[in-house]
Design a protein around this ligand. Structure first.
Ligand code: 5SP
Ligand code: FE2
Length: 224
């Protein structure tokens, strides 16, 4: 399996000093910035858009920015986020009329593309698009809010998707998002995830490096 990636969700960052907080978490050892976009329509919460992504780039953030779109419809925002500096764009299949077209739009915009499956979303929507995916994101909470508890049935879903990816032969990351903490990250990795979104577990602690180091130590026990 490829190296594990830790992607702090900036939903739990300090928005009043976002650039500094993102720098701090990257300097503490995070790999990727997870950027949650909510529209108060597809999910019952409202967050940030392409201007904030561009602002982070202008501030000097060079790490990959992983844009998790929780918006409906998705297509019109894809070029806007690509221009704003997104590296990866993921969206939920329920939020678009044309799954394949939305994936193609992301690829054409020069970004990596991913699908996000909610806890209750079946796996069959992956069937005919595996060749267009760089990331499959399994939500381990229902989308809309940080700070929720990990839904345990995600573990068996992760095992199923890990097998699908391995059997497909495609180079696809398996990301998990929601309720990821130091005390469950090893179990989640053992089930097949290789990219871990964590918001409250990191940003609600005074020292980000301590948490990220603890997460890496847990992950090392799985790699061994
Ligand atoms: O997409 C979402 C929520 O919809 C996530 O990215 C959360 O922001 C993760 O937060 P924690 O569960 O880690 O606090
Ligand atoms: Fe997210």
């Amino acid at each position: 399996m490829r190296p594990f990636l830790i992607a702090p969700s900036i939903l739990s960052a300090d928005f009043a000093r976002l650039g500094e907080d993102v720098d701090a978490v990257l300097n503490a050892g995070a790999d990727v910035v997870h950027f949650d976009v909510m529209d108060n329509h597809y999910v019952p919460n409202l967050t940030i858009g392409p201007m904030v992504c561009k602002a982070l780039r202008d501030y000097g953030v060079t790490a990959d920015i992983d844009v998790h779109l929780m918006v409906k419809p998705v297509d019109s925002l894809i070029p806007d986020f690509a221009k704003a500096g997104a590296s990866i764009i993921t969206f939920h299949p329920e939020a678009t009329e044309h799954l394949d077209r939305s994936l193609q739009l992301i690829k054409e915009s020069g970004c990596k593309a991913g699908l996000v499956l909610n806890p209750g979303t079946p796996l069959h929507c992956l069937d005919h698009v595996m060749d267009k995916l760089d990331v499959i994101l399994l939500m381990s909470v229902n989308p809309g809010f940080g700070g929720q508890s990990f839904i345990p049935s995600t573990l068996s879903k992760l095992r199923q998707v890990r097998k699908l990816i391995d059997d497909s032969g495609y180079d696809i990351r398996l990301q998990v998002d929601g309720g990821v903490k130091v005390d469950n990250i090893a179990e989640i990795a053992a089930a097949g995830a290789d990219m871990f979104v964590a918001g409250s577990a990191i940003f609600n602690q005074p020292d980000y490096k301590v948490v990220i180091d603890q997460m890496r130590a847990e992950l090392a026990s799985v790699e061994a």
